[in-house]
Design a binder for this molecule. Structure first.
Ligand code: ADP
Ligand code: ADP
Ligand code: MG
Length: 499
């Protein structure tokens, strides 16, 4: 493809923070924006922010945000010539990418064929192996015969992990500690995979006991050029899903970064990849790295990469989709400073990170130098149960990791959310924890170090500090009502506070 076609009107097939984040960049580029929304999102921020908005059905995503036909219809009605899928929903659906193109529209993302290769973990492994990208020891085809699979598991050595080839979002994974558990766990894995992904193919991987999750942002253009935009450390996870991410990783040496970066670029080339993508690796204790999977879309945690590279990844995605060449080569890219993101999810860390619902009674964002908040909600709004529990992403940027952690602690303490439980307090716990501060941690951080009581302790300590400060500064009885207001804040901030 050689000619470029300008995007003049962009439909964003998503909601929440990511829909807003994409539209902001589009607006800056002089591109008209079109929102789609479900009935429950009628008053959502992304609907008001867009130049125009189209209702695509009832609240359940299967009747709205996942309805390809309705989204294409909305694009045609509005005269949009491109669709950005965001993340989640239809973003990794290859049929949707194809359908967008068949309708004469530009898909802001990779080709359907690249997604087909990378969407299946098994097909992805097969493709990247040819480019000498190291894989976690395991099977390369779906398990069909239990006895044969047991033999392979024995060779690899327990514990092993049974994984769904079509899996995503941390779902469809089972650790098997020994042979006695094998058959039972495999049957459960297959039925889970069938129910969640409509594809029962499962395979075996060696279970790496203390891994770090380190991923590389890659970018390709439609002219065959591919670069990486360095790494992100995403080892702080619950249920195999990320909660805190940072860039760059505190453990990569320049040599290892170069080696993993080259492997990431090769993996992308194996899928003839263009636009934004992420190559996920796990890093073993002995610093061996293995390819896990590729995410063929913009990642939730892309802002930390934006901070350390100074690039706007959505603008870059749009230009690549228009057919432009990458505006830089690998050698022109460098890391500047350090960035950390905390996912502010409507989840209760004191109750197993279970999703929480309710109304945002208080919602005040932190501000200041190096603080960025990407969100999609505002005070008074109710968090719908139908969708992802991500409320906002709090991102900080500073010259060093140390300064970034300190900034995050401050930003979290300035963030006021009441009405729903959030992961903010957990974020503060991580920022202050010795293991995180030293850089010596892995994906088992939560099970190794976290106890829900710590959050209560933290809140109580903060409360004591406020009381002590007030004891010094408050003298006149007239201020007693102000006192009770201030005192009420720290303990309620990270907990449920429904009235
Ligand atoms: P990332 O890899 O970008 O850090 P996640 O893996 O947590 O993010 O997933 C990104 C988004 O996509 C989340 O909103 C998650 O709920 C959603 N998601 C991921 N995989 C699936 C899936 N297979 N089915 C439905 N939603 C998914
Ligand atoms: P998903 O598609 O759900 O994101 P991934 O293959 O990317 O699935 O794995 C998600 C997380 O599960 C990883 O970040 C890591 O924490 C853990 N994990 C995956 N594979 C292994 C493994 N072989 N050994 C140990 N942990 C693993
Ligand atoms: Mg993954």
């Amino acid at each position: 493809m050689s000619e470029t076609i300008k995007i003049h009107k962009l439909l964003v097939a998503n909601r929440g923070e990511i829909a807003l984040r994409i539209m902001r960049s589009a607006k800056e580029m002089g591109i008209q924006t079109v929102a789609v929304y479900s009935e429950i999102d009628r008053n959502a921020m992304h609907v008001r922010f867009a130049d125009e908005a189209h209702c695509i059905g009832p609240a359940p995503s299967s009747e709205s945000y996942l309805r390809m036909d309705k989204i294409i219809d909305a694009a045609k009605k509005s005269g949009a010539n491109a669709i950005h899928p965001g993340y989640g929903f239809l973003s990794e659906n290859e049929d949707f990418a194809d359908l967008v193109k068949e309708n004469g529209l530009i898909f802001v993302g990779p080709s359907g064929d690249s997604m087909r290769t990378m969407g299946s973990k098994l097909a992805a492994k097969e493709a990247v192996a040819k480019f000498n990208v190291p894989l976690v020891p395991g099977t390369s085809t779906p398990i069909t015969n239990v006895d044969e699979a047991k033999g392979i598991a024995k060779k690899i050595g327990y514990p092993i992990l049974i994984k769904a080839s079509a899996g995503g979002g941390g779902k469809g994974m089972r650790v098997v500690e020994n042979e006695a558990e094998f058959q039972n766990q495999m049957e459960r894995a297959i039925s889970e995979a069938t129910a969640s992904f409509g594809d029962g193919a499962v395979f075996i991987e060696k279970y790496i006991a203390k891994p770090r999750h380190i991923e590389f942002q890659v970018f390709g253009d439609q002219h065959g050029n591919v670069v990486h935009l360095f790494d992100r450390e995403c080892s702080i996870q619950r249920r195999h899903q990320k909660v805190v991410e940072e860039a760059p990783s505190p453990v990569l040496t320049p040599e290892l970064r170069k080696k993993m970066g080259e492997a990431a670029v090769n993996a992308a080339k194996a899928a003839k990849y263009y636009n934004a993508g992420t190559i996920e690796f796990i890093l073993d204790e002995d610093m061996s790295f293995y390819f896990l999977e590729m995410n063929t879309r913009l990642q939730v945690e892309h802002p930390v990469t934006e901070m350390i590279t100074g690039l706007d990844l959505v603008k870059l995605q749009i230009k690549i989709a228009e057919g432009e060449k990458l505006p830089f080569t690998q050698n022109q890219l460098a890391i500047h400073g350090h960035a950390i993101e905390v996912r502010v999810c409507a989840e209760d860390p004191t109750n197993n990170f279970l999703p929480d619902i309710g109304k945002l009674q208080t919602y005040r964002r932190p501000q200041g130098h190096g603080v960025r908040v990407d969100d999609g909600f505002e005070e008074g709004m109710t968090i719908p149960v139908q969708y992802d529990p991500l409320l906002a992403k709090l991102i900080v940027y500073a010259e060093t990791r140390e300064l970034a952690m300190d900034k995050m602690v401050r930003a979290i303490s300035d963030y006021e959310i009441t009405g729903v439980a959030t992961t903010l307090g957990f974020g503060a716990f991580v920022m202050k924890h010795e293991a995180f501060r030293s850089g010596n941690f892995n994906t088992r951080f939560i099970e190794n170090y976290f106890k829900p009581e710590y959050l209560q302790q933290q809140a109580d300590e903060d409360l004591e500090k406020v009381v002590a400060a007030l004891a010094v500064t408050v003298s006149a009885p007239a201020s007693s009502s102000a006192t009770s207001q201030v005192v009420a804040r720290p303990s309620s901030k990270w907990k449920k506070n429904r009235v």
